[in-house]
Design a binder for this molecule. Structure first.
Ligand SMILES: Nc1ncnc2c1ncn2[C@@H]1O[C@H](COP(=O)(O)OP(=O)(O)OP(=O)(O)O)[C@@H](O)[C@H]1O
Length: 254
């Protein structure tokens, strides 16, 4: 039997002035899945995350979390319902330790300081930051900051985690090290939806992929299916690319 619907978007749209950043997007994220949202630069992915999580109110359509209408509801209320989000640009409290930074997330459900710090320690182990807990956040490398961003979100004990390019800016080795961290989070029972440009990670991790181009969903399916979809190739590489690639392959085979 298919898993329960956790997040459902119906006809969601948002314009900025004359620019239709997201248009009529409907999709359903099922509980316990690890899925991805991909698309060329400026396709509307981050805006769609903002619409899901309440940072931006949609002009049209609705957003439901576990059956509850949360359309336009403020992010901190959505966080209480179990939705956490990371940001592309990581901004830790630089002077605070890694443990204290993670505890900020833990305070969502845990008012007691000692308990929040204990949860921070536990979460740090899940993202490979256990050895860095007492360092100031400013000492972390880019890869470390990405892990910290993940840990802060995880410390809110989310049911649904929205990851906005957690692999951006990492080198191939750091990416390879981060992939099992993300998989481990999903295996721990958190539903994960990630925006990701690193296709190796999408192929490796996602069981289902949505493709956004110019604000609209143009394809969805398994990673293998969407990356061989002509509309997707054209959206990334420009009109006529699929035909050119086919012609080049035919020429090579001849
Ligand atoms: N607050 C805003 N005001 C005006 N325009 C915006 C705003 N936020 C996003 N946009 C525009 O909406 C479009 C979609 O942007 P968005 O950041 O959602 O795309 P993206 O797919 O996340 O891109 P990238 O992969 O480059 O991060 C872009 O043309 C962007 O310039």
């Amino acid at each position: 039997m298919a898993n329960k619907e956790l997040l459902a978007l119906t006809g969601v749209g948002k314009s900025f002035g004359g620019l239709k950043a997201v248009q009529n997007v409907s999709l359903t994220v099922r509980e316990g899945t690890l899925t991805a949202l991909i698309g060329p630069n400026g396709a509307g992915k981050t805006t769609l995350f903002a619409l899901m999580s309440g940072f931006v109110r949609p002009d049209t359509g609705s957003v439901h979390l576990a059956g509850q209408d949360i359309t336009g509801q403020a992010p901190h209320l959505n966080a209480r319902l179990g939705m956490a989000r990371t940001f592309q640009i990581v901004q830790p409290f630089a002077a605070q330790t890694v443990r204290e930074n993670i505890a900020v997330g833990a305070h969502l459900h845990e008012p007691r300081r000692a308990a929040a710090l204990a949860l921070a320690t536990e979460v740090a182990a899940r993202v490979g930051l256990a050895a860095q807990l007492d360092k100031p956040a400013s000492d972390l490398t880019v890869a470390g900051r990405k892990r910290l961003e993940l840990a802060r979100a995880l410390a809110t004990r989310p049911r649904l985690l929205l990851l906005d390019e957690v692999l951006a800016g990492l080198n191939p080795q750091e990416i390879a090290e981060m992939i099992p961290v993300v998989r481990g989070i999903a295996q721990g029972g958190v539903t994960v939806l990630m925006i990701e440009h690193v296709m190796q990670a999408v192929m490796n991790l996602a069981e289902h992929v949505w493709v956004l181009a110019q604000g609209q969903l143009i394809a969805e399916g398994s990673p293998a299916a969407v990356t061989s979809d002509e509309r997707v190739i054209e959206a990334y590489l420009g009109h006529g690319t699929a035909a050119r690639l086919r012609a080049a392959a035919a020429k090579e085979a001849a």
